[in-house]
Write a new protein. Structure first.
Lengths: 337, 337
DNA sequence: TTGAAAGCGCTAACAT
DNA sequence: ATGTTAGCGCTTTCAA
């Protein structure tokens, strides 16, 4: 259990002052080349690592971001987190993780807990409860205390902060076009996330498009609960008019697919299914689900990059504060060629 | 953007010294009731939150744990993380997350990065590469520098540290018993994780049991790559002798199930499938996969509790350093009643 | 080119 | 019961 070397220790061994050592390690122009070399050699030899607490205290920055997620057992958020984490570690930032579990109170508590200078900023996707209650004073608190905030995916429209989202409404419209071209006329929107902003946007995009096409028809299976969802889906499919299902989330997509198996409906010949979110579940379903790829990891990277820039160019005026990523359709086994 | 109040600010407003204020907030017995009340009131009013960097520096503890995971888009690790995080936030600990991506180098870099006093300890599940290379000096470095280390699930046998695991070998044996009672004789072990300690243990447990039952037969489909796995599985199933598949991980389980659909094999009537890991994928497969539930969230909680105790009872001698959790079989649609 | 000194916010041993 | 003081490890201004 060898002692952690500090600047002081290095300085003593080298017969220098701590300030010289500090500057040398930072490649300050004030210091001679020889000294720098000497210092760095010993630092390396002794495995010197600066004490982050001391640096934070002194520099008033923690190089830490709190990431608040509604859930973590969820491929979308997992992939986003991967992107955030990858980018963060590249920039020598730490990520502390907070799981709100879709609860407003937990989310608020986390924000409060870390607003004391424990982190430099927050990356947040709002919990379901927060979106339902539309209660977001805690986000304002973040901004008011001078910390940075970037929201992604599940954002608050009325809040004036940086946001990274995907083209939910537009993608909905595109899906309708895609299915229409394949000859489908009777579409069904399936969702277990009608409470979420993203779910609503996707619905709106789809509806808008369908309303503009007199020959298209639209049904809905919107239901949170698995059991009820399956019942409604069964009723809809048994009516035998549906040509295609657009599932707004992975759960509804996989449940719809399972229901077609129960009812012996041939997919994609008799019915096409498209599903939001490029999840592992969709990849390993049988047949593989055609999905809307949100490029979640990229989304995570963009999100970190944004907050990073906010922290660096402190006073720069942001022109666009909402960044919209384009989704793409990944055609697989539940849609026809 | 109101200023963050410090002890000094509170002290000035109250005409007290910072040490009195500090003690009052900590409910020290030295301080009078009235003063405590006065201090706490103002602290609350002004929204005082102690500066964690300063406290860390002074107390030599960060109340932060680094959690190093091989991947995050994985229900098992996600559930474990949930457990860790839940327990941690209960004890006012922060969790910084590190994703090794199954890479030895990334894992080692993370450990080095946080071994400077940025965290009080590490919770680690070894990356695949680390297990293959059996290279774990970086774990020893953690221990040597006086930091705490608890491994879970993917552990290093030769390393003398605290470990939380599940009864992988024993559970394998139990599964064989279970299938045997159902009348199955020809079993097949499927796995995409033969490189991992957990995969090997499960294999061993199964083999041991089968070897002790002269009437049982055992085949293997061990293959990392999805394509190759599917090919081998097809060959095995077409031979038409297999009564049951024990899949050692969720991917092999779902792929096996998909192959039975391709080949029109009736599950569970003609073939039973049991699969390790209670994943979302297994829950939403059709039919629902019978799984070995590892109680992953509990595992995460236990893991945090262990490292927490290590940090608190600093000198207490640990009697058992390996904690084994019992798995349970969750009978669902791919096994017969 | 190097060093001395102050201070970030907090705690605790040691006065008073 | 309250206050004084020193110091955790680092950075940075100012002086030498």
């Amino acid at each position: 259990m060898n002692q952690k070397p500090t600047l002081k220790v290095l300085a003593e061994k080298l017969q220098l002052s701590t300030s010289t050592v500090s500057k040398a390690l930072k490649d300050s122009a004030e210091i001679s080349i020889e000294t720098k070399v000497r210092v760095k050699e010993l630092a390396k030899l002794m495995g010197y690592r600066p004490n982050t607490a001391a640096a934070s205290l002194r520099n008033r920055e923690t190089r830490t971001i709190a990431v608040v997620l509604p859930e973590i057992v969820n491929d979308f958020f997992g992939q986003v987190l991967m992107g955030i984490e990858e980018e963060a570690s590249q920039h020598n930032y730490k990520i502390v993780i907070c799981i709100s579990n879709e609860s407003y109170v937990k989310e608020r508590d986390y924000v409060e807990m870390f607003s004391n200078g424990a982190v430099d900023g927050f990356i947040i996707a709002a919990s379901m409860e927060t979106q339902e209650l539309n209660q977001y004073d805690h986000y304002n608190d973040i901004l008011n205390s001078g910390l940075k905030l970037v929201m992604f995916d599940r954002v608050i429209d009325d809040l004036d902060c940086d946001k990274i989202i995907v083209d939910d409404a537009a993608s909905g419209s595109r899906l309708v076009d895609f299915l229409k071209k394949k000859g489908d006329r009777s579409l069904c929107v399936a969702s277990t996330i009608s409470k979420l902003s993203v779910g609503q946007l996707r619905e709106q995009g789809i509806k808008l498009k369908v309303d503009n096409c007199p020959d298209l028809k639209l049904e809905y299976v919107l239901e949170d609960d698995d059991q009820l969802f399956m019942q409604k889906m069964e009723k809809t499919l048994k009516a035998n008019k549906t040509d295609a299902i657009i599932a707004l989330d992975q759960r509804s997509g996989i449940m719809a697919l399972n229901k077609t198996k129960e009812l012996n409906i041939k997919v994609p010949e008799e019915l096409q299914i498209i599903c939001y979110s490029n999840s592992t579940m969709a990849k390993y379903s049988y047949p593989q689900l055609t999905v809307v790829d949100q490029h979640s990891k990229e989304l995570g990277k963009k999100t970190f990059t944004r907050i990073f820039n906010l922290m660096k160019n402190k006073d720069e005026v942001q022109v666009t504060r909402i960044h919209t990523l384009k989704t793409t359709l990944l055609e697989r086994g539940t849609t026809r060629k």
